[in-house]
Design a protein around this ligand. Structure first.
Ligand SMILES: [Fe+2]
Length: 236
């Protein structure tokens, strides 16, 4: 399998490219709209055909490239059945997407948002913002729920084999990957913490809202192809 981890420095978002080296079919997980030319160019250089674009959830901190990539390549947009209505394939826990020999298993991991999913591909799991390296996504907007996130992390992700490689949706400290074993031991929010203590901790983070919240959420509900005039709120 061809595998690349790509980074958008403005939003600290990781985008992942996975492809079957024989059929040359490719998928992108969490592509960023501002990086669409970079990603299309890489696909071209590697002689890959984009088949699927997967979003782990409706993002609040960047606009997805799913809609643009769909227009430019004919790829099908994939996300949770609880997420953006614009996608072509709405997935649920246990669903499998097959692309050549690349098999993507869907794990519903809500809590950061109610539509958050993780994608498991062989020994790798792409966790979006549910599980970050030594951290976990905030739960204070978009129907976030700290108790639900605790259940997703400990009841779904931490039950994967210890040597499963964890690839997060973001990192702000320069980490690129982790493993389930490492996160069970060292995750600063979830490791060795009871559910109630986790809920309390997440409720006291007092983080400022993401800079792009008002623009990104409505745009992402339309797969990122909404025009700027449509995104501005009437009160703004
Ligand atoms: Fe997020």
């Amino acid at each position: 399998m061809i595998f690349r981890q790509l980074f958008d420095s403005e939003s600290s978002t990781y985008t992942y490219l996975l492809a079957d080296e024989h059929t040359r079919e490719a998928l992108l997980i969490d592509p960023v709209r501002e990086q669409v030319e970079r990603d299309l160019n890489l696909l071209k250089e590697l002689e890959l055909k984009l088949t699927y674009v997967l979003d782990t959830h409706v993002h609040a901190d960047h606009v997805t490239a799913a809609g643009l990539l769909r227009q430019r390549t004919g790829a099908r947009a994939v996300a949770s059945h609880k997420g953006a209505p614009c996608v072509d394939v709405k997935v649920r826990h246990g669903d499998v997407l097959q692309m050549g020999e690349v098999k993507v298993e869907v794990l519903e991991t809500p809590g950061h948002t109610d539509d958050s999913v993780s994608f498991r591909v062989g020994k790798r799991v792409f966790t979006g913002d549910a599980l970050l390296v030594r951290s976990a996504g905030r739960t204070d907007f978009q129907n976030g729920n700290a108790g639900q996130l605790f259940d997703s992390i400990t009841g779904v992700l931490f039950r994967l084999p210890d040597d499963t490689e964890v690839y997060p949706g973001h990192d702000y400290k320069g980490h690129t990957q982790s493993s389930i074993a490492e996160e069970k031991r060292y995750n600063a929010r979830a490791a060795n913490r009871e559910r109630e203590a986790f809920v309390q901790l997440m409720g006291n983070l007092n983080l400022p809202p993401p800079k792009k919240l008002k623009e990104a959420v409505p745009a992402n509900l339309a797969c990122g192809v909404i025009s700027p005039t449509q995104t501005s709120s009437p009160q703004a």
